[in-house]
Design a protein around this ligand. Structure first.
Ligand SMILES: Cc1cc2nc3c(=O)[nH]c(=O)nc-3n(C[C@H](O)[C@H](O)[C@H](O)COP(=O)(O)OP(=O)(O)OC[C@H]3O[C@@H](n4cnc5c(N)ncnc54)[C@H](O)[C@@H]3O)c2cc1C
Length: 393
């Protein structure tokens, strides 16, 4: 008798979990309240950073070392280049120091035999002329990593899910859990229909703590601003002179991408952000552009006056410790939550479905323990992170 699985949410977690479980012989239905990819979804964007660099955190480095070859393979399998291996730059304002994100990443990469190229201002000036090298005395280049066309990836994987037999229902969203004698047996949807299943899996990203309020103490939606500016001298803002970059990201949050062939240059900040309900109208705070432009004026002077061509608020599903959340709900049998991307999950797209499926089947998985259901722990560390002192993952 085939087991029925109901997945709520068609972002990268949902689509990849659907493909994996359908492949393991389950009958999978996926509900998404809009088109796939949904314009408001975090997974929907022109680019996301793919990096091995995770400070002292060995688990994410190992996980990325497993995912990276899969990204390269997808370029073959999916018939187009969705992963661009430009390498990633890590600049620092005060030199690389112990306990800093950049220095610890550099050491861990070397410990695991991954190539790195240390950089000083002279090197930066010569190899990356768009940058104000005076500002950045130290850093390194990681030739592995780059960016993925995230929205396009979700589109192609949704096609793959359909071909695999996943039943995708678009323009229908979750409204309420259906429970029978303490077990979650399905959901009521926004068009007042009932969907029943043996297992319900929530992959609703930043919407998760608002749709399942009992999670609001351990995860919350955080809005982040994203800007696109128009670069005119393409060669100066494209690889090899301009790969994916981070500018003392451990302390400042600044990171960005090479210009696309139409001149679109995306910049974002992996910082504190704003707590906001993702269902409400989205308005980028007025002061954000000024902050982005003062960063440009200092670090990328040639872009300081560049025309703004797009801005957006995009939402993280932030967990209290920055780790993903993939586990059965201990109080609600029949419900599994796979979310908590905390602003850094897209790069693990090739593995997210497998981790979620292993957890559902209680199969051993090298990463799952870190993402298990957990209590809030070290509040001090949380307060530091909330104040932007702690390094985001
Ligand atoms: C600004 C920004 C920059 C980022 N940059 C990077 C990066 O460079 N590298 C990286 O690795 N990661 C990055 N991330 C993180 C990454 O994008 C996310 O961790 C990942 O995409 C989350 O995927 P998801 O499937 O959980 O959520 P989403 O992609 O948001 O999907 C959730 C889905 O749930 C649906 N949904 C909402 N309400 C309902 C409902 N009622 N019923 C059913 N479905 C519903 C939504 O429509 C949506 O399609 C970034 C995120 C943001 C916001």
């Amino acid at each position: 008798m085939t087991t029925n699985i109901l997945i709520i949410g068609g972002g990268t977690y949902g689509i990849n979990t659907a493909i994996e479980l359908q492949g393991r012989g389950y009958a999978v239905t996926l509900l998404e309240p809009g088109p796939i990819p949904h314009p408001d979804a975090a997974s929907t964007d022109i680019s996301k950073v793919i990096r091995l660099d995770y400070g002292k955190d060995e688990l994410y480095l190992q996980m990325m070392a497993e995912a990276l070859p899969l990204w390269r393979q997808w370029n073959e399998e999916l018939g187009e280049t969705i992963y661009h291996e430009t390498g990633v730059l890590y600049f620092t304002l005060d030199g690389m120091q112990a306990n800093d994100f950049e220095y610890e990443s550099y050491l861990l990469l070397q410990k695991h035999g991954h190539p790195t190229e240390r950089l000083n201002s002279a090197e930066i000036r010569k190899r990356y002329p768009a940058w104000n090298a005076e500002l950045y005395p130290d850093g390194y280049f990681n030739p592995q990593g780059g960016w993925a066309a995230s929205g396009r990836v979700v589109t192609l994987l949704a096609q793959r899910a359909l071909q695999a037999g996943v039943h995708i229902v678009q323009n229908v969203g979750f409204k309420q859990l259906l429970e029978t004698s303490g077990r979650v047996t399905g959901v009521l949807t926004t068009d007042d229909k009932q969907y029943h299943a043996d297992q319900v899996i929530f992959c609703t990203g930043a919407w998760t703590p608002v749709l399942l309020p009992h999670l609001a103490d351990v995860m919350w939606p955080t809005a982040q601003a994203v800007f696109h500016f128009k670069a005119d001298q393409l060669s100066l803002y494209q690889p090899p002179q301009f790969p994916v970059w981070t500018a003392d990201v451990g302390k400042t949050g600044w990171y960005g991408f090479p210009a696309q062939n139409d001149g679109t240059l995306k910049i974002a900040n992996h910082g504190v952000g704003w707590q906001q309900d993702p269902r409400l109208p989205r308005q980028v705070p007025a002061e954000a552009e000024e902050r982005f432009r003062s960063f440009l004026a200092e670090s990328l002077p040639g872009m300081a006056q560049a025309p703004k061509i797009f801005e957006r608020l995009c939402f993280y599903c932030d967990t209290f410790d920055g780790d993903f959340w993939i586990d059965h709900d201990p109080q609600r049998p029949g419900l599994l939550v796979s979310a908590g991307g905390s602003g850094h999950a897209f790069k693990f797209t090739p593995l997210l479905g497998r981790v979620t499926a292993d957890v559902m089947e209680s199969k051993s998985n090298p990463y799952a323990a870190r993402f298990a259901w957990r209590e809030r722990g070290d509040l001090k560390a949380e307060e530091a992170r909330a104040a932007g002192e702690g390094v985001r993952k």
